[in-house]
Ligand binder design. Structure first.
Ligand code: ADP
Length: 402
């Protein structure tokens, strides 16, 4: 007899060589299982799998995502759970790019799969991998409803002035070139959670949300509607990230091609994988950057300064765009954990009504919390993101409409 996980949702986030998954119960928010398969398709692969308090690490060879998922299902069977026959209610897939086609969570069928495939060229680093995950899970769990949740969806209705590049309009229209924005699931979850935490109406709050993880983005949300965000046509634009440049003069592409003789693929890899904090100081783990900078390492200090400079530039821009700001909210790995980043990014802004309370800012917690002083006109908060929970809830809403 299989252990029951009735009403729970499997959330899948498939990357090019990785597969993150979680099984959770969206109403109680209980996480039942959590795992990560890495180095899929390489000579050795690894799965870290956690189920109700027990974890295992398995090393082996996983030639593709289907093999990885088959292995994950096997690990569940060793936990006593036959996923296909355990009461699993839905699967929620994180899909990076919804293009112009998708702006709401969507029940996946053959047509949706081919549309995601057609969007591949818009997000070559993400969508094809996401689709491989969708196909692999569908093949193994054909009877469980699967829902795609798009990272761009929340930003679908950005005002035209914010979503349009100043590019030849015909070229832009022909190739669907506009600013789409990413991390939408997180920006929406965190901005709603902020309203809930403060016991305020979502529609009454003007918010700046800083999602600072390895990938990083900021959004300006006016009365529950995003009016701007830092990522663009791809997740490369905007803030300095772990390994991405963020904003960069497009002329540098021409320079690297003409003068350095680099191919477009080389430049893509350079900008997306070898730049940002890693490009500046050799490391993209923010903890090491902070430690090294504290120890007097000049490259790490410069990386930190460049990172902060960009953050502050956008905070200023979004304050002006919003006109009135009620909350500034930090989330994701760096935003939730790196107190110095929070303090430094808002330092010296007392004249704008922003005052961080050093003691509150130093508290470590998994709970949403206010870190500004009671006198601060703008409330500054840390609100842990939970993209898996948001995806699970959206998957349930679509799979079982009320
Ligand atoms: P992603 O989901 O984009 O991979 P996360 O949101 O998990 O990223 O954030 C990862 C980043 O958070 C890493 O740069 C990591 O160093 C940073 N981070 C995690 N804990 C801390 C901490 N205590 N102090 C500073 N940075 C931290």
């Amino acid at each position: 007899m299989t252990e029951r996980i009735d009403g729970s949702v499997l959330v899948v986030n498939a990357g090019s060589s990785s597969l993150k998954y979680q099984v959770l119960e969206p109403t109680t928010e209980e996480v039942i299982a959590d795992g990560l398969a890495e180095q899929i398709g390489e000579s050795t692969s690894r799965i870290k799998h956690w189920y109700r308090g027990h974890d295992v690490v398995v090393e082996g060879v996983l030639p593709d995502h289907e093999a990885a998922i088959a292995k994950v299902l096997e690990l569940f069977r060793s936990d006593g759970v036959d996923i296909a026959d355990s009461g699993l209610a839905a699967v929620g897939h994180r899909v990076a790019h919804g293009g112009r086609s998708f702006f709401a969570p969507t029940l996946i069928d053959a047509e949706v799969r081919s549309e995601i495939e057609r969007l591949g060229p818009l997000a070559p680093l993400h969508n094809p991998a996401n689709l491989v995950g969708v196909n692999a899970v569908t093949a193994l769990l054909p009877d469980v409803p699967a829902v795609a949740v798009f990272d761009t969806a929340f930003f679908h209705d950005l005002p035209a002035a914010a979503s349009t590049y100043a590019l030849d309009a015909e070229v832009a229209a022909q190739y669907a070139i506009r600013r789409y924005g990413f991390h939408g699931t997180s920006h929406e979850y965190v901005s709603r959670k902020t309203a809930e935490t403060l016991d305020r109406e979502y529609a009454d709050l003007n918010q700046i949300v800083l999602h600072l993880g390895n990938g990083a983005s900021m959004s300006a949300v006016a009365g529950g509607k995003p009016i701007d965000t830092t990522m663009g046509m791809t997740p490369l634009e905007g803030l300095v990230m772990g390994t991405r440049t963020g904003d960069i003069d497009a002329g540098i592409v021409f320079q690297l091609s003409r003068v350095a003789g680099m191919s477009i693929d080389d430049i893509d890899t350079l900008f997306n994988k070898k730049s940002g904090l890693k490009g500046l100081c050799g490391e993209n783990d923010f903890r090491s950057v902070l430690e090294r900078a504290d120890g007097g390492d000049e490259a790490a200090q410069l990386a930190y300064d460049v990172y902060l400079h960009r953050l502050r530039r956008y905070i200023g821009a979004y304050m002006v765009e919003l006109g009135r700001v009620d909350t500034i909210v930090f989330t994701a790995g760096v935003g939730e954990n790196a107190a110095p980043v929070r303090a430094d990014s808002l330092a010296g802004l007392e004249n704008y009504g922003i005052e961080i309370d050093a003691e509150r800012n130093a508290i470590r917690s998994k709970e949403p919390r206010v870190i500004s002083t009671d006198a601060s006109t703008i409330t500054v908060l840390v609100v842990p993101t939970n993209e898996e929970l948001a995806i699970a809830r959206q998957a349930m809403e679509v799979a079982y409409p009320a």
